[in-house]
Design a protein around this ligand. Structure first.
Ligand SMILES: Nc1ncnc2c1ncn2[C@@H]1O[C@H](COP(=O)(O)OP(=O)(O)OP(=O)(O)O)[C@@H](O)[C@H]1O
Ligand SMILES: [Mg+2]
Length: 541
């Protein structure tokens, strides 16, 4: 049969055309009722398959016009539409002379079968009502409006879904961008930190040596204190950068928040001005968590300092509380909260406050690393941080730490009582001549007998020739790293302990080094005191 397809959507026309042709029918096409009328008059097809909502002339009007034309009245007409509101649509179509009312999409073979059936049947006897028949007009308008409303609602739904998709995509993209930025800064920081730690080690160490030299006059000791303090601050900054980038290898242990924070709270109380009250409340039933005590100290110091700055010179209260929550199923969390009644955080900057170097403080007043560090630490503990803030009212930071079920060790840095040496022989290796000299001086002052080398090959040759009680080696060195040196030393003198000094090296963590036979590890930059403690530990005194 010869079928005229009427639809304003080209894809619909194409589909139907292909289908009909594949069943051996010929096709004509039109994009609206008016065009279809012209083609029908010229070609007189056997059947017309028409959509309803189309520009210029809709499918209902097309039906009515066909039935009003003597020559075209016998053409079979099928209305094929996607916007179906209720059965009154079909009723109107059929009353206008359509032979069938079908809904899109109909399965292809079923559609063809239906069209062929319609063609074989006698034509609808319905006579088209007059154009100005009031009953017809009312129904016609009502049906079209209903259909248009339905189409509009569908479109609005699609638009809303699209808008949600776009918003979600934007959110994910910005998260990705953010985490890439954090990662890039972290890598940069870690790269700088290694060399910087060595430089600081030299400054701190020699200043310390000079300070304890009895020949140095009193006023110079004051200047040296200034150097030590400034270098100490620079050292803290490097530690912050490494902590925030989570590339710093700090040992976590099971601890109780209240006990671990006792010292930090004492210190904070002493530094806050009298106009600011620090109220604390700890739930004594709160379980242990897995964290590093120094890092926990750092978190609270950073948050309370921010709270203090938010309150400014006005009087205010900072509340530090810890309790237990079960936010997700069976897992218990220790909730640490720092609440202030300061200036609050504007909605516009809330997304940025955890970014490294984001600060609203005057130049020189804030580095913008405080919250980035807190964020890094909390995440590395498997925890979570969130905040609520009302501009002008205050801010509450909430930190959740998962409960730890293992045994609780005593906390605080492991301190071996520092016993001075009794002339034990130490082989000291550091490729940086400043640090090699410093190590030699420190250890000599502590009562050890030291031979220092910048070149590991020379050091090993010496080790083969003479006995030593301890080997101290830097980890990151050109040509041969500390671990290779340690292995060679262990081969040459299997019973001599090896102490590794390391600033930051992403390839190793403390546990790896221990597994490889290293007796003790010392973090750079070290002080005379911490070097002594590590030596005592490594010698097993
Ligand atoms: N409790 C708070 N109340 C109001 N604003 C806050 C609070 N905590 C943080 N902020 C805002 O977040 C910004 C970032 O804080 P962050 O601690 O990272 O850096 P900083 O305090 O500016 O510098 P620093 O590195 O010295 O801590 C602050 O500059 C401040 O605008
Ligand atoms: Mg801060």
């Amino acid at each position: 049969m010869k079928v005229l397809i009427v639809d304003d959507i080209p894809q619909n026309v194409y589909l139907l055309e292909t289908l009909l042709k594949s069943y051996g029918h010929t096709t004509l096409t039109a994009t609206n009722g008016a065009e279809a009328m012209r083609i029908a008059e010229a070609e007189v097809p056997d059947m017309i398959v028409t959509d309803v909502l189309m520009p210029e002339m809709d499918g209902f009007t097309l039906c009515r016009n066909l039935k009003g034309d003597e020559r075209l009245r016998s053409i079979a007409v099928v209305i094929y539409t996607a916007t179906y509101t209720d059965e009154r649509d079909a009723d109107l179509g059929l009353s206008l002379g359509a032979d069938r009312y079908l809904l899109k999409p109909t399965e292809p073979s079923a559609l063809i079968a239906e069209l062929e059936k319609v063609y074989a049947q006698p034509r609808s006897a319905a006579r088209a009502p007059e154009e100005n028949d009031p009953v017809y007009l009312k129904e016609y308008n009502a049906r079209l409006v209903a259909k248009l409303e339905k189409k509009l609602l569908d479109l609005q739904g699609a638009q809303e879904a699209l808008r949600r998709d776009i918003a979600e995509r934007e959110r994910l993209t910005s998260l990705l961008r953010q985490s890439q930025k954090m990662e890039a800064v972290g890598r940069l920081a870690a790269g700088v930190a290694h060399d910087f730690n060595n430089i600081l080690g030299g400054i701190l160490g020699f200043a310390e040596l000079a300070r304890i030299d009895p020949g140095v006059p009193g006023p110079v000791v004051g200047h040296l204190d200034g150097i030590v303090n400034a270098a100490q601050r620079a050292k803290d900054l490097v530690q912050h950068l490494l902590t925030f980038s989570r590339q710093k290898d700090r040992k976590r242990q099971a601890l109780f928040v209240q006990a671990a924070l006792a010292d930090a709270i004492k210190l904070l109380r002493a530094s806050l001005p009298a106009s600011i009250k620090l109220r604390t409340e700890f739930d004594s039933t709160a379980p242990a968590i897995l964290a590093n005590p120094t890092e926990l100290h750092q978190i609270v110091t950073n948050l309370v300092t921010n709270a203090w700055h938010a309150i400014g010179s006005a009087s205010g209260t900072i509340e530090l509380t810890a309790d237990v929550v079960w936010p997700k199923g069976a897992q218990r969390y220790v909730r640490l909260r720092v609440k202030d009644d300061g200036c609050g955080i504007d909605e516009r900057i809330r997304d940025h406050i955890f970014e490294p170097f984001f600060s609203t403080k005057a130049p020189g007043k804030g580095s913008g690393l405080g919250l980035a560090v807190v964020h890094g630490i909390v995440e590395s503990c498997g925890g979570n941080i969130s905040l609520e803030s009302e501009p002008g009212q205050g801010t509450t930071f909430t930190l959740l730490f998962p409960e730890h079920h293992g045994e609780v060790e005593s906390h605080g840095p492991a301190t071996a009582s520092a016993k001075p040496g009794k002339g034990e022989r130490i082989l000291f290796i550091d490729d940086d001549p400043t640090l090699a000299t410093l190590g030699e001086r420190f250890l000599t002052m502590l009562g050890y007998s030291v031979v220092a080398f910048c070149n590991p090959v020379e050091a090993i040759a010496r080790l083969k020739a003479e006995p030593f009680h301890l080997i101290i080696s830097d980890l990151t060195m050109p040509y041969r790293n500390g671990l290779e040196v340690a292995h060679e030393c262990m081969t040459v003198r299997p019973n001599v302990p090896v102490l590794i000094a390391t600033g930051y090296n992403p390839a190793y963590n403390v546990d790896d080094l221990r597994r490889q036979g290293v007796s003790a590890i010392i973090l750079k930059p070290y002080t005379m005191q911490s070097l002594n403690e590590a030596v005592v530990l490594a010698l097993g005194k």
